[in-house]
Ligand binder design. Structure first.
Ligand code: PPS
Length: 308
């Protein structure tokens, strides 16, 4: 007897259940979701076009915000044009391999003509060589370690494709040891920092974007060799404020089914602040973290701010 085909909802549930909480597998010492590790040779062989732009971050550092700014700049502030599809369909996530409706980055890239904006969380040593050979522009966004860690913790609670975060205290340890998906925050921010001049990387800070979004939008505009009017810049600043993006279904990730991203546990657009770490770290945890931070960051001077 022929089996009844699965409904869309059933297929998503099955896919999500089967692929729920992917284990991490190391690729060149960097833990990645197993679905990514399995496709690694294809991902690292990806050849971008010289006109493609890479937006790179450690997870939860301000990727979606920056993607929205870039998309709006490229569409002269046209809000409707930037609502043509959810972020993951407008801007392929290079390495992602996840349950539907999240499209595979490589598949999506095949269907799009350059110039494309491409998202990645890969540390610099894993970025496909083609990006450097073709001298692609790269925007890197970094966020202070404590807020980045807090945001990642809440994301791992609601995102059913990544390993369980476990208790907060243990999560801090995992972050410090680089055991979370996409590896060490410390190596990530240092890698791009050291390469920024040689590789013409625009290195931005989440804290600067919060402090003066207009200044940072203009910085991105200049880097992209674009020119938009003052009014359009004002409009972009307004459209990419936390409040507006939180309500934008094409930017707030609510299109992803609850079985994959459970916003009732924690919203993707959670707080969008600098300094929320203070509500999570106990004084003892904060001191221990700071001492370890000083050791891990002793060989570099990156001007991170944990408050503004
Ligand atoms: S991801 O999954 O790695 O792509 O996540 P990412 O977009 O890098 O980071 C999500 C955090 O960024 C906050 N966010 C914003 N903050 C300020 N303004 C705007 N417009 C904005 N958009 C997203 C989002 O709320 C997450 O941070 P937390 O601290 O968890 O709120």
């Amino acid at each position: 007897m022929e089996e009844e085909p699965l409904s869309y909802e059933e297929a998503i549930n099955l896919a999500a259940n089967e692929m729920c909480r992917f284990p991490l597998i190391e690729v060149q010492g960097v833990p990645l979701m197993n679905m990514i590790a399995e496709k690694w040779s294809l991902i690292s062989a990806f050849k971008p076009d010289p006109t493609d732009l890479l937006v790179s971050t450690y997870p939860k550092a301000g990727t979606t915000w920056t993607q929205e700014i870039v998309d709006l700049l490229m569409h002269n502030g046209d809000a409707d044009a930037c609502k043509r599809a959810p972020t993951v369909e407008r801007i392929p996530f290079l390495e992602i391999q996840a349950p539907p409706p999240i499209p595979s980055g490589l598949e999506l890239l095949k269907s799009m003509k350059p110039p494309r904006v491409i998202k990645t969380h890969l540390p610099i040593q894993l970025v496909p060589q083609g990006f450097w050979e073709n001298k692609c522009k790269v925007i890197y966004v970094a966020r202070n370690a404590k807020d980045n860690l807090v945001s990642y913790y809440h994301f791992d609670r609601m995102n059913k494709t990544q390993p369980e975060p476990g208790p907060w205290d243990e999560y801090i340890q995992k972050f410090m040891r680089g055991k979370l998906a996409w590896g060490s925050w410390y190596d990530h921010v240092k890698g791009y920092w050291r390469a920024r001049e040689k590789r013409n990387i625009l290195y931005l800070f989440y804290e600067d974007m919060k402090e003066n979004p207009r200044r940072e939008v203009e910085r991105i505009m200049r880097y992209l060799d674009l020119s938009v009017t003052e009014d359009v810049i004002d409009k972009i600043v307004q459209l990419t404020s936390f409040k507006v993006m939180k309500e934008n279904p094409m930017a707030n990730y609510t299109f992803i089914p609850k079985i994959v991203f459970d916003h009732t546990i924690s919203a993707f657009m959670r707080k969008g602040e600098v300094g929320d770490w203070i509500n999570h770290f106990t004084p003892t945890q904060s001191q221990m973290f700071d001492e370890d931070y000083a050791r891990q960051m002793a060989d570099v001077d990156i001007p991170f701010r944990t408050s503004i």
